[in-house]
Design a binder for this molecule. Structure first.
Ligand code: 13P
Length: 246
């Protein structure tokens, strides 16, 4: 039985006052829940969230990490520093990083390896664009992202994978539960071929316009073990409902 996992990706949103109000409201609304829950604010707010989450079972994650351990890399933040600041999770290879920062599969692979060495659990993001889906290339693109990022890792223990079709991110368009399930089953096959022992147990999250209204039917699919949530994670009520649905 895979333990449900719901991760908030705040992206570049928030302020000291906004974060405090959001986290306090979210914790007060969050009733009994089975899912493991992770909040990923911008780096500069990790310390603030660590304090706000201190007496809850909600844990801390980051949105990215460097592919290098340390050195003269202005502006970079290492996986070890994230661990030092209380993070347990880190998102790697988000499509916005791939698109706006030209992150390649090789760079994503190096980040994954840094995250694992620092004892963080990485969430690897994969997903096709609208054009790639229309050209019938969705599975090929996702497989090549998976093999490019995971091919050299000794094992996949502790990793989670988020399938985020680029056309569904922030657009209000959600993959149908069947479309998402088909791709999740495909991903499960690829990771199980890569690592027979850990692949079948990896948690596969869906991301892309997940809302309180569509979460339950997505989570009802056999290979959807949770969600990576953008916009709706900035609304305490919506995010609490998503976590409860998992
Ligand atoms: P939205 O939930 O805003 O579509 O964002 C999804 C996402 O990119 C999470 O990483």
């Amino acid at each position: 039985m895979r333990h449900p996992l719901v991760i908030a990706n705040w992206k570049m949103h928030g302020s000291g006052a906004f974060n405090q109000a959001l986290v306090e409201a979210f914790l007060s609304l969050l009733g009994k829940h089975r899912a493991e829950c992770v909040l990923c604010p911008p780096f500069v707010y990790l310390g603030q969230l660590k304090d706000l989450l201190r007496s809850s079972d909600v844990v801390l994650g980051a949105q990215d990490c460097s592919h290098i351990a340390q050195g003269a890399y202005t502006g970079e933040v290492s996986a070890q520093m994230l661990s030092d600041c209380g993070c347990q999770w880190v998102i790697v290879g988000h499509s916005e990083r791939r698109q706006y920062h030209q992150e390649s599969d090789a760079l994503v692979a190096a980040k994954l390896s840094m995250a694992q060495r620092a004892g963080l659990s990485p969430v690897l993001c994969v997903g096709e664009t609208q054009e790639q889906r229309e050209a019938g290339e969705a599975q090929g693109v996702v497989k090549s992202q998976l093999l490019g990022a995971l091919g050299d890792l000794p094992d996949l223990q502790g990793l989670a994978i988020a399938y985020e079709p680029v056309w569904a991110i922030g657009t209000g368009l959600t993959a149908s539960p069947e479309q998402a399930q088909d791709m999740h089953a495909f991903i499960r096959g690829v990771v199980s071929d890569l690592d027979e022992k850990n692949g079948p147990a990896l948690r596969l999250l869906y991301g892309g316009s997940v809302k309180a209204e569509n979460a339950a039917e997505l989570f009802a699919q056999a290979d959807i073990d949770g969600a990576l949530v953008g916009g709706a994670s900035l609304d305490a009520q919506a995010f609490a409902a998503i976590v409860s649905a998992a």
